[in-house]
Design a protein around this ligand. Structure first.
Ligand code: PMP
Length: 429
């Protein structure tokens, strides 16, 4: 028995399913999860000492590569001065100023501890500010596990909220309206059905939770215009895309300005941090300046602030995003041409430093319905073939892959060699 298997068995005795976040259990790909012990640069090492080229990067934060010295040193330095004070510190302002500089639509910023907290709080703020209850989200977009966001996305242009987890009362979800990603007509119809009731739209400006699905030209701009027409706020959930699709996030890449933005992952450099921010007038509606309540004992934690600041300071160096985009392009194109070589139908999507690949005959994948038509069994097989060869991809056909600055030519070549073998095996199956 491997050490990973032993650890999983032991974990299941005290941790539900053996994991603290469900996708880690490999439910989407079958088999036992690999327990990790350490990571460095582009590599992650399991409990049995096997090395993998990592394209999960802790689900996004590790954009500099694992165990980066600048972040490690900043964390150690901050920890030597105390772990948490529950009182204001300069480090919160320093990181907020840097975020506001890199993402100019975020005139004011509030720090929280996770992406879930950021989206929950941003929606509460939008509802409080507009004095409206309903909001629009998109089928296949994920915004954390807040009650009103965990709503099953139904088919059709408009689906009244129906919770997709027991424990979420239908009453909590009834104000959540679900539209189709990349379909502006579905959004217009929803606004026209509830013209004065929609507080905001929340959208992943590049969707990374139904694999990787970028916006079609004009989609984000169209959302901006509809929000303006109907007096709703536009929230870009950039928990995944922030600082990754471009230094200024997807809003810089696609040149569309939201009213509010939510961040997570990279903003904390690997420590538990989320943030939300936006127009001053809206943000000042938050307690203690305004009436909308939001708080956190560990929010703005000094060790986490130091990690986030170190991460963003390194990442902003010129050339980094060009490099990330180039490496990501090489991988996406490489997967596509190798699949073609072996007669495997594959479609790829890319935006900056995130990409996705789909086992499908469809030439484009632009919404959840398209994603659902992909061959998930083939993905499972491919995932395990890559894992065996030391390439760690996201263990689900519904997750995007992430590149980092530590992915060099050696790692790209090794990944493509492994993919060549995996596609050949699929073709022979
Ligand atoms: N929004 C998006 C777009 C996400 O991808 C995620 C997590 N993957 C979240 C929100 C929730 O963040 P967290 O897991 O930190 O609560």
């Amino acid at each position: 028995m491997t050490k990973s298997a032993q650890l999983f068995q032991q974990a299941r005795r005290t941790i539900p399913g053996g994991v603290n976040s469900p996708v880690r259990a490999f439910a989407g790909v079958g088999g036992d999860p690999v327990f990790m012990e350490r990571a460095d640069g582009a590599y992650i090492f399991d409990a049995d000492g096997k090395a993998y080229i990592d394209f999960v990067g802790s689900w996004g934060p590790m954009i500099l590569g694992h165990n980066h010295s600048a972040i490690r040193e900043a964390v150690v330095d901050a920890a030597q001065r105390g772990l948490s004070f529950g009182a204001p510190t300069e480090s919160e302002t320093t990181l907020s100023e840097l975020v506001a500089e890199l993402v100019p639509s975020m005139e004011m910023v509030r720090m929280v501890n996770s992406g879930t907290e950021a989206t929950m709080s941003a929606i509460r703020l939008a509802r409080g500010f507009t004095k409206r209850d309903k909001f629009i989200k998109f089928e296949g977009n994920y915004h954390g596990h807040g009650d009103c966001l965990l709503v099953k996305a139904g088919s059709g242009a408009l689906t009244l909220g129906e919770p997709n987890s027991p424990g979420v009362p239908a009453d909590f979800a009834k104000h959540t309206l679900t539209c189709t990603y990349n379909d502006l007509d579905s959004v217009r119809q929803t606004f026209e059905t509830y013209p004065d009731e929609v507080a905001c739209i929340i959208v992943e400006p590049v969707s990374g939770n139904m694999n990787c699905v970028p916006p079609q030209p004009g989609f984000l701009q169209g959302l901006r215009e509809l929000c303006d027409e109907f007096g709703a706020l536009l929230i870009f959930d950039e928990v995944m895309t922030g600082f990754r699709v471009a230094l200024g996030g997807a809003q810089a890449y696609y040149d569309v300005k939201p009213d509010l933005t939510t961040l997570g992952k990279i903003v904390g450099g690997g420590m538990p941090v989320g943030a939300f921010g936006g127009r001053r007038e809206v943000m000042e509606y938050l307690a203690p300046t305004g009436p909308v309540y939001q708080a956190g004992t560990l929010a703005g934690n000094p060790v986490a602030m130091a990690a986030g600041h170190a991460c963003l300071s390194e990442l902003r160096q010129p050339g980094n995003h060009d490099y990330l985009t180039h490496v990501t392009h090489q991988l996406a194109e490489g997967f596509k041409s190798l699949a073609d070589k072996h007669g495997i139908a594959l479609t790829t999507n890319q935006a900056g430093a995130m990409f996705g690949f789909f086992f499908t005959e469809q030439e484009t994948v632009t919404c959840f319905k398209d994603v659902q038509q992909c061959d998930t069994e083939r993905f499972k097989r491919f995932f395990h073939l890559m894992l065996e060869q030391g390439v760690y991809l996201a263990p689900s056909a519904f997750e995007a892959c992430f590149t980092c600055l530590a992915h060099g030519q050696k790692e790209i070549d090794a990944t493509l060699a492994a993919a060549d073998h995996a596609f050949a095996t699929l073709a022979a199956d």
